[in-house]
Design a protein around this ligand. Structure first.
Ligand code: C2E
Ligand code: MG
Length: 589
């Protein structure tokens, strides 16, 4: 296989180049700076080098200059990638011995043509050298294969290691199954492994890792792959799943299996794991990116207490320093009164009137402007600040809606989101009782929204907590319903009153027939279970017509109103605005 070395500091371009070349059957190695590029060129002896000219530190010219001192390196075709191809640059490169230039941005055919012509030209020169080498190569090959095996397998667990990951991913991708099905990358790390090792010794740690590897392997089937990344970290490539839900089932099976007692050398030990999940190609096209993202999700799962899985989300990507800065300023946001509550109406499809409101947090950052909840809650959840913020929002929203109750809108319901950390607080119920008690808010008008994934983390505990809240008269809504976490069977076990259909379904009703069918099925199922159904994110009359036709109970969405601040919401209430409902004639057509 022809080996190409890509030296390019721009991550996106490097990823793209690698993907194109890998798809064309090249073996690709990459470096993000000149020094690393030289190291790799010497160690791996590629058949061709693609090298960026402008790089911080050692630039492309210096790389070529250094490599050309070594006669074996000088024989490797060298192509420069450059954004500015002036005559001077061109000359300077050629004098140093570059074989060609590709001016960015270049197309895939241009790239492949450039590579093909350079490989062809050098072949004749290299032929003589190659014949001499062939003699030695046979024996060398044998030694290489052995080295390859040893360097690509972990001797402790007998699993492929990090070096083998890219090749395994390529294999999965190229199988028929991989082409049709979903490829899921799990990054698994044991919780408290260092503690176990410190208490029971390093040898015991090794025994445990071996046993863990066996248990993980037992949970998957070919052609899925398990890789021992390092220490207590494993990667799993799932090629046999068709839906996100199946991948989750496997992740849960792995977690359940690992949390069973290990009996090793007369010691009994309990250990749990955290799993981060990334999906190909949604969360990345290259295995390196996918693993990085799965790893970010795994860290998040650990931060939330471990023994759970977590999907990768773009919100985890807020840069580290950005994140730190946000965390620091979020600490003061409450004191500086930078947080706001916005209210979005919930409308009944019986009359088109407002029956409730969802309270949504907003952060008016002094420099960054308005920060929406997706970013805010990710940072707040991580630091634990979500707890005081959630409490503040709950109190503020209850006070506000109580004012509206007192001014004649006495049956307006209030919906508040609860995060995982809030829901898992031991004293949640007590705190809620205290707040609503002080305000005099009737809990019968309160709905708490919980994400499916929060409930699925520990079903038994969740049921117990929900029952505790329901005993107060509070209603429970399952938010983002349909995003694929829970099986419908579980739903029956949860003491809930309301299903909020995720907006991704509503948005695709018109052009994706299966989304429409799922939405219809969710509504029907909810009716059978005696649950109220709310369609979220309704933006167009055709979406409204669909949910109306299928007898959804309520809607929320920009079609009626975006979330607004309290005074504007009050105006809306007073105006008695109604959502124009589709006429029967219209939807029967
Ligand atoms: P959610 O509970 O599903 O809230 C509805 C989200 O959909 C809101 O986004 C709302 O602005 C948006 N939305 C409403 N109608 C439409 C529409 O027609 N089209 C589109 N494209 N979007 C619509 P927002 O405010 O950014 O909130 C996002 C999520 O953040 C919420 O989703 C909720 O899960 C979470 N969140 C918001 N406030 C809080 C909070 O105070 N505490 C906690 N724990 N989570 C919160
Ligand atoms: Mg919500």
């Amino acid at each position: 296989m022809t080996k190409v070395l890509v030296i390019e500091d721009e991550e996106l371009l490097r990823d793209n180049l690698m993907e194109i070349l890998e798809d064309e059957g090249f073996q690709v190695i990459d470096a993000d700076n000149g020094h690393r590029g030289i190291e790799l060129a010497i160690a791996e002896k590629p058949d061709l080098i693609l090298c960026d000219v402008m790089m911080p530190g050692l630039d492309g010219y210096s790389v070529l200059n250094i490599l050309s001192q070594d006669p074996t390196m000088a024989a490797i075709p060298f192509i420069f990638l450059t954004a500015k191809a002036t005559k001077d640059d061109f000359r300077q490169g050629m004098e140093l011995g570059a074989d060609d230039y590709l001016t960015k941005p270049f197309t895939k055919p241009e790239l492949l043509k450039g590579i093909a012509s350079r490989l062809g030209k050098k072949t004749a020169e290299q032929q003589r050298y190659k014949t001499l080498q062939e003699f030695y190569n046979i024996e060398l090959q044998h030694a290489k294969e052995q080295l390859n095996y040893l360097s690509r397998y972990d001797h402790l667990t007998n699993l492929p290691n990090r070096l083998a990951l890219r090749e395994l991913f390529r294999q999965v991708k190229s199988t028929d199954i991989g082409k049709k099905q979903l490829i899921t990358i799990l990054c698994l790390s044991l919780d408290r492994f260092n503690q176990v090792k410190e208490n029971l010794g390093y040898e015991f740690g090794d025994l445990l890792l071996k046993a863990v590897a066996q248990r993980i392997k037992a949970c998957i089937s070919l052609p899925d792959k398990v890789v021992h990344l390092d220490a207590d970290q494993f990667a799993i490539i799932l090629a046999t799943t068709q839906h996100k839900k199946e991948a989750l089932t496997i992740a849960q099976i792995i977690l359940d299996n690992l949390s069973q007692t290990f009996n090793l050398s007369g010691e009994e030990v309990f250990i749990t794991a955290s799993i981060g999940i990334a999906l190909y190609p949604r969360d990345g096209r290259l295995i390196e990116r996918l693993l990085k993202n799965a790893n970010l999700a795994m860290v998040q799962a650990k931060r939330q207490g471990g023994n759970q899985y977590q999907f990768y989300s773009v919100a985890f990507h807020i840069g580290f320093s950005d994140r730190l800065a946000l965390q620091t300023s979020l600490r003061y946001a409450l004191e500086r009164e930078e947080l706001e509550v916005h209210y979005q109406p919930i409308v009944t499809l019986k009359t088109g009137r407002i029956v409730g409101t969802e309270a949504l947090v907003r952060w008016r950052h002094p420099e960054k402007g308005m920060i929406l909840p997706s970013k805010l809650t990710a940072v707040a959840e991580e630091t634990g600040l979500i707890v005081p913020i959630g409490e503040w929002l709950f109190q503020k929203a209850c006070q506000q809606v109580q004012v509206w109750h007192n001014s004649g809108f006495e049956s307006l319901r209030l919906a508040v989101n609860l995060s995982g950390r809030q829901f898992n607080q031991m004293e949640l119920r007590q705190k809620l009782v205290q707040i609503i008690g002080t305000i005099g808010f009737n809990p019968g008008y309160l709905e708490l929204e919980l994400n499916e994934s929060i409930l699925m983390q520990n079903v038994e505990v969740a049921i117990r907590r929900l029952n505790g809240l329901k005993a107060l008269g509070i209603q429970i809504a399952i938010d983002d319903f349909g995003t694929g976490y829970s099986s419908l069977g579980y739903l029956q076990q949860f003491p809930c009153d309301i299903l909020r259909i995720d907006q991704s379904f509503i948005h695709n009703i018109a052009d994706k027939t299966n989304q429409a069918a799922i939405t219809k099925a969710i509504i029907e199922m909810a009716k059978n279970l005696n649950l109220r159904v709310i369609a979220k994110g309704v933006e167009s009359p055709s979406q409204l017509s669909f949910i109306y036709r299928h007898q959804c109970d309520e809607m929320q969405g920009y079609l009626f109103k975006r979330p607004v601040q309290a005074p504007e919401f009050e105006e809306l209430l007073k105006s008695r605005k109604r959502l124009p409902l589709p006429s029967t004639a219209e939807w029967r057509l």
